[in-house]
Design a protein around this ligand. Structure first.
Ligand code: THU
Length: 140
């Protein structure tokens, strides 16, 4: 569990990342911040493309950055924010849940997902967002 200060820091990191979002087509900037068990935080923003379907979500970009830095587990929490997510807290899309599950499964953690809107934070375990997940264990 994160204390209030840790939550606020992770959310602030996600908002800072959202400022770098490249979202000219949807005009829906998103930021994500991933916290690892040694305190390391990595962020991502959505990166869209003129070929619309190629858009990369913020969470997926953050996971790619983490794994590109050699992380293989240890994911304890993440925050997802949308600069336009005013009312309902933004939740990771289905593809991102699966991408997040890979790094979670590698380290046998069940990360806390902070789904954020302007006035609200919804706290939910990744396993609740993606029950009965398919993961690397199935291929072993
Ligand atoms: N998006 C994310 O970055 N993360 C999510 O979990 C939901 C959607 C992005 C994709 C696209 O660039 C924009 O938000 C609108 O769908």
């Amino acid at each position: 569990m994160l204390d209030h200060e840790q939550e606020q820091a992770l959310i602030a990191a996600a908002y800072a990342a959202a400022e770098n979002a490249y979202a000219p087509y949807s005009d829906y900037p998103v930021g994500a911040a991933l916290l690892f068990d040694d305190g390391w935080v990595v962020t991502g923003c959505n990166v869209e493309n003129a070929s619309y379907g190629l858009a990369l979500c913020a969470e997926t970009v953050a996971v790619a950055k983490a794994m590109g830095e050699g992380r293989r587990g240890g994911l304890v929490a993440l925050a997802v924010v949308g600069l336009k997510a005013d009312s309902a807290p933004i939740t990771p899309c289905g593809r991102c849940r699966q991408v997040l599950n890979e790094v979670a499964a590698l380290g046998a953690t069940d990360p806390l997902v902070l789904c954020v809107s302007k006035d609200d934070v919804r706290r939910v375990a990744l396993s609740a967002l993606l029950p009965h997940a398919f993961g690397p264990g199935h291929l072993a």
